[in-house]
Design a protein around this ligand. Sequence first.
Ligand code: ATP
Length: 428
Amino acid sequence: MERVVNLCKRRGFIFPSAEIYGGFRSTYDYGPLGVNMLRNVKDAWWRSMVQMRDDVVGIDAAVLSPGQIWEASGHLATFTDPLVDCRSCHERWRADKIAGTCPNCGSSDLTEPRAFHLMFKTYAGPVEEESALAYLRPETAQGMFVNFLNVVQTARKKPPFGIAQVGKSFRNEITPQNFVFRTREFEQMELEYFVPPGEAEKWFEYWTAERMGWYLDLGIPADRLRLRDHEPDELSHYSTATADVEFLFPWGWDELEGIANRTDFDLRAHAEHSGEKLEYFDQGTGERYVPHVIEPSAGATRTMMAFLIASYSEDEVSGERRVLLRLDPRLSPYQVAVLPLSKNEALEPLCREVLDLVRPLCMCDYDVTQSIGRRYRRQDEIGTPWCVTVDFDSLNDRSVTVRDRDTTAQVRVPISDLTTEITHRLRG
Ligand code: ATP
């Protein structure tokens, strides 16, 4: 864990936020490599959930939202965590995450738990009064429910169909912890899948299998991934069944994603509070019903961290220790690094030519400083799957060397075949 966190800071994946001011409580900024990788995680999700399907469409709803939404959803009344104080060292903890003793000092002299509300409040407009109260969304899901009619009418979808969204959510967590695992500002990738009431169980099974497959396909090893059904007393106020996709983190099994059967709770609640009829009318059968909802809800930032941890490895190449991220090329910050064998200026024009060829296909890095061996190590460490090296022979034979990160195997490829070669490798 410590090695991954250090690598993130040292190589520009993730920085503590506002660091020059001493940092700002458990918030993080994504650096040049992190922003590429996080984008790739979200793109991989969008590709599988929206692009490759004809029954899901996307939206991008506002983060800032009025109290009515959270009144109807039940969040204003129930979105709390149980907070306890340690009477000995005065640290504060989430009662359900500690086993009756203070993780800081070991004392079991804790206060009774009290409900702590997790939503961030602000004021919309110039006057700080009750009627101007607004909230930062604690989940993206409500954006899909309040836009249900807009989407049904404009996208002309018929259940079973889904609305997907990727975006920021905010929770005033009592104890943010474990790097970006639990932060107060984070990104979610959520699907609300609307189905005829009698089909909810079937689709719940379908989505749990589908989502497990997504993580495996992108390289999470099967022995570090599991599905865990919630016990009845763990279920959220809106859910009849929930299964968590869990990853084996360095501190043990923990949640990456929750897949919930939300029933018709949300549509009914918003219909009641807004006075709008949130139903589906099937013109074919003349049937009118409130769809039930299956929700796979994943954290993008948390998932990126799991991919980093799962891919971190150390091995030995030619007697030298090396650190590498065995990331799936679809997730790597750069897919290709173009490297001149040496800093000699004669190689630069050909490097530029190679970059111009490969850049339209994927993200490329160009690195000229230090020895070629050191530069290979630097690329291994950030998970770049292929290095393309331009050497002095390249000037005559117009070929380059393509080196593979995991095997370190090198093959010579004519520049005229390079885009075909890289395209082929990108397709896996
Ligand atoms: P917990 O009980 O651990 O606080 P939760 O079960 O309430 O979390 P959900 O509401 O199901 O979490 O959120 C869906 C997903 O959003 C989670 O599986 C996680 O990946 C992500 N997520 C939730 N809270 C955070 C957070 N504070 N930081 C980062 N990711 C989060």
